[in-house]
Write a protein of this length. Structure first.
Ligand code: TRP
Length: 369
């Protein structure tokens, strides 16, 4: 069962929620639509132009820093859990973008959080972080030498101290109001406070400066908590962090893309053949019969294939528009479209997997820090 936003007013970052209507999220949680800031962004990412990054908090100050070539930070935390799939690639794409925009990039492995909430051993978590995340990051084009990188469990002493000091600046009632009371365990509280430290720590090193955290909507409670806590420190001057919110891709069969359902995603380590099969079995916006499809046209907005194109496989807007137009005009049939998509995926994976093997020699460049 997926949780509907209307059930209560809380987002559970450890739960599984499928959001149907992003405009409701914007209205309910005070997230600003990205459309109100995009004009300030010098060279917007395709996710911004395609409304995949649909919302933000205070992104204007980050856009200004980019435009004026001022110092700013981008940071993210990765929670190793299962296979690295195209949903995870979205954050990697954004890391690369901000690296190109001149950000000081911070990446942490949320091993403390994974230990507390995912039932994995520290050893398993470390292995997953390297094999699934770091190798894929490098293969996708993240420059490991231009990142500040750490594991939550091994961050330096200033970071560890900050992560303990945060507890003083928040009350239990606030935590209950943000995360709900049903399942707020000590492990989740530690994870939340550690994440606040992840987000504020870069400003201890870099000084007070705009900081952007690109996340999925599920992480917004942590962002709100951090923004509240930032101003309460007397000993450090923290600027409230900014955030952007990206939509999540749907599962290939509809519903949620989920690490526990291999048929719902394509992993970047899936064999090209397995990936081709998943594409051929994906849910499209096609009609019941060929006849009907020719008459009424397909429905790209309900189609996992069109989503793959939009999020990952087609950078050119004109190419995307051609598919869209042909689909709704009833000229493009799902079978042909799937074959085309499968070819693109296979080509991508073959190249990517070669790069991933070559990345092994560079992985130490992350770890050295
Ligand atoms: N909680 C995040 C997740 O579940 C991981 C994370 C840890 C994180 N620290 C962070 C994300 C800091 C963004 C910023 O994926």
């Amino acid at each position: 069962m997926t949780e509907k936003l209307s059930r209560n007013d809380k987002i559970d970052p450890w739960g599984s929620m499928k959001i149907e209507d992003y405009s409701k999220v914007i209205a309910k949680f005070g997230i600003s639509p990205f459309s109100n800031v995009i004009k300030k962004v010098p060279t917007p990412h395709k996710f911004m132009l395609r409304n995949i990054i649909y919302g933000h908090r205070d992104f204007g100050r980050v856009a200004n820093a980019i435009a004026n070539k001022k110092k700013f930070v981008m940071l993210t935390g990765l929670m190793p859990s299962g296979k690295f799939h195209f949903g995870h690639k979205m954050i990697a794409d954004q890391i690369i973008y901000y690296q190109q925009m001149g950000a000081e990039v911070y990446i942490c492995v949320a091993d403390i959080e994974a230990y507390a909430t995912r039932g994995l051993s520290m050893k398993e978590i470390e292995k997953l972080a390297i094999e699934e995340y770091l190798l894929n990051y490098i293969a996708l084009g993240i420059n490991p030498e231009k990142c500040h990188f750490y594991f939550q469990s091994k961050g330096n002493s200033r970071y560890q101290t900050l992560s303990k000091m945060i507890a003083k600046h928040v009350t239990f009632n606030e935590l209950k109001a943000i995360y709900g009371t049903d399942s707020l365990t000590p492990g989740k509280i530690v994870s939340a406070l550690t994440q606040v430290a992840d987000i504020l720590y870069p400003q201890m090193e870099q000084g007070s400066c705009p900081t952007v955290v690109p996340v999925g909507t599920d992480q917004d409670p942590h962002i709100r908590l951090t923004r509240d806590i930032a101003s309460r420190f007397k000993e450090f001057k923290f600027m409230a962090p900014s955030s952007t919110y990206n939509k999540f891709m749907s599962g290939l069969q509809g519903g949620k893309m989920s690490s526990s359902k291999p048929e719902s995603y394509i992993a970047l380590t899936d064999t090209p053949n397995a990936a081709r099969k998943k594409v051929m079995r994906a849910l499209t916006g096609g009609r019941e019969t060929l006849e009907e499809q020719k008459k009424k046209g397909g429905q790209p907005h309900k189609c996992a294939i069109y989503e793959l194109y939009t999020y990952h496989l087609m950078d050119e807007d004109s190419e995307l528009k051609n598919v869209y137009d042909d689909c709704i005009a009833g000229k493009l049939m799902c079978g042909d479209d799937k074959k085309h998509c499968a070819e693109l995926i296979v080509k991508f994976l073959e190249k990517h997997q070669e790069k991933r093997e070559r990345a092994r020699k560079d992985v130490c460049k992350f770890i050295k820090v």
